[in-house]
Design a protein around this ligand. Structure first.
Ligand SMILES: [Mg+2]
Length: 314
């Protein structure tokens, strides 16, 4: 199959305004007056970010949703994306696989109201590599950042943590996922698109590499220390039942794609009210103080010690 036919069959139907049906050398994008562009990229590699026998549809959704989560962390709404696909030869990535993959993209484009703008397709001697560059917009000067936390702010997290990290273990046959909720969280994260936290939170990021490590990034960028309380971390019932055997995996594992924010005490009621309006659970799990680094205290107020800090790519 030729590259151009392949693109026309699978990706042309996904192209929206500005993509000019993928018939030109580039795309054109307009932004509403008073808004600025927010850009982010995420790449997924077979065997590392997804398993070859994960459904093509959920691989497509995870690819878009980890990018959407970065936009959510910036307080931005999605506008479009560029897709780069490197396909290995002689594998099960055939016509029907890409039909399902494109169906997953189409479903999430509709759900999150954005569309394909362009991209590139190549062969690859190595595993399947999928890359997305996502483009979003935000009112001028209103992008959320990691560097605004102050002493006295609370540390808050959306949703619950650890489901995806345990979902991967379930996929690898290491634990039982009785209701399937862990595997689903691993395959199809829930990006917190749609919240408007500018003017409420002092700093924000999404949790992709694990709570402790990502809190470390926030603390470092803001020049503060963060204290977390183990018994405040929100866990689903399916995760809680594995807490004694998989504590590190739950607290340090990645792929949560929840928002981590800090919020001054006088804005906490607004934060809770806003999240309630959007049916997004949010929990206060710690606080910001002077100093540096992250520590987590157990119910007795003793610091927990971990054998590692979180997911490292290199
Ligand atoms: Mg991120």
């Amino acid at each position: 199959m030729g590259e151009f036919d392949f693109i026309a069959r699978h990706f042309r139907p996904l192209a929206g305004a500005g993509a000019m049906e993928l018939r030109n050398d580039g795309a054109v994008m307009n932004l509403p007056a008073g808004e600025e562009l927010v850009l982010s990229s995420d790449t997924m590699v077979e065997g590392l970010h997804f398993l070859p026998d994960d459904p093509a549809k959920t691989i497509a959704q995870k690819l878009l949703r980890c990018n959407l989560s970065d936009l959510a962390a910036m307080g931005s709404r999605p506008r479009g994306y560029m897709l780069n696909v490197s396909v290995p030869p002689n594998r099960h990535y055939d016509e029907s696989w890409f039909t399902d993959f494109a169906a997953g993209l189409a479903e999430d484009q509709k759900k999150f109201e954005f569309h394909l703008l362009g991209g590139d397709t190549t062969g690859s001697p190595s595993p399947l590599v999928l890359g997305v560059t996502i483009l979003g917009s935000v009112r001028q000067g209103e992008a959320l950042r990691r560097d605004g936390s102050h002493e006295g702010d609370g540390v808050w997290v959306t949703g619950s943590l650890g489901r995806a990290a345990l979902g991967l273990q379930a996929r690898l046959g290491q634990l039982k996922d009785e209701d399937g909720s862990l595997t689903l969280a691993y395959r199809v994260p829930t990006p917190r698109i749609g919240l408007s936290l500018y003017g409420i939170v002092s700093a924000a990021m999404d949790i992709s590499d694990g709570l402790i490590q990502d809190c470390g990034h926030l603390a470092e960028e803001s020049g503060v220390a963060i204290t977390l309380y183990e018994d405040k971390v929100p866990l689903s019932p399916a995760v809680r039942q594995h807490l004694s055997h998989h504590k590190e995996r739950i607290l340090l594992g990645g792929d949560d794609y929840e928002l981590l924010v800090t919020c001054p005490p006088e804005k906490e009621a607004a934060l809770q009210a806003h999240c309630a309006t959007h049916a997004v659970p949010i929990t206060r799990i710690g606080e910001v103080s002077k100093g540096a680094g992250v520590r987590m205290l157990n119910h007795a107020g003793k610091p927990l010690h971990f054998s590692r800090i979180g997911w490292q790519h290199f």
